[in-house]
Design a protein. Sequence first.
Length: 302
Amino acid sequence: MTEKRRSFVEQRALTAVPAGERQHWLAVAAIQAGYMVSVTSLWTGALIVTSMTLTDTIVAGTIGYLIVVGLSVLMGMQGSDLGVPTIEASTSAFGEKGAQWLISALLIASLIGWFAINAGLVGAAFSGLLSESFGVDVPVIVSTIGWGLIMLATAVVGFGGLKILNAIGVPIMIVVCAIGVWVGIRDQGLAALQEVQPDGKMTMVAAIGVVVGGYAVGALTAADVTRYQRTRVDVAKAVTLGIRPPGSPCCGPEPCCLSSPAVRISQRSSSARGCRCWASSASSCRPGRPTPATRTPRASTS
């Protein structure tokens, strides 16, 4: 029993992954896709699409994620070569103390905001879903703490847990977004998306910066998962397939994807609003210039 429990918990947190424990590149691609198909990626796309046309948003997302893929591949190859996570690999440049304090501090500062936004949005969506569908009122703070602990559990379980979680979760998220896109197009039509008038306050360069910035830490820490890859070619395949295809819809037809019931419930349960049609049914969404009160807060891209 003890041995089984030990094997289920991450055993290679800081040590090199031996050749016998390296994984197929599809397993790493699924984990990379899990990073992309997330609430924060959708919020990033929503932030851009309220300031640019749909075509420009897709162009910005395409260029931004191509840059992200390039950075992730380079950082990921180091992880595959050495078999160690980012924090260990950085000791050759910053030394033991530098990696321990400087790199760790940078990662903490970046990931606290990312984790807080994810946990908060998931908690709000879960509480709203229970309230609207089942009449059960659960405080958002309770849901946020509960789902936050579940998210933290994957760090304890490690690569094995992430592989199983994303093998189940990523297809579900893709199906949910596909349904949202279908419902949005069915009720609004493609013409409505093209007629939306953005505020025009974001330039192409700024939009690309938002896309790259939204995944910059993920690119920096690519070695944390690519250390389980056998070769550099596997790294390139896993990173490209895991980031590029999921990244397109996350920065593409946001009003359609985010018109799904789960996201509308999350929007109603929190004070954050990025598009005025999220709080109502997809059929009642009308194209138009978003007002300042309904734009997505910049904090969502942390």
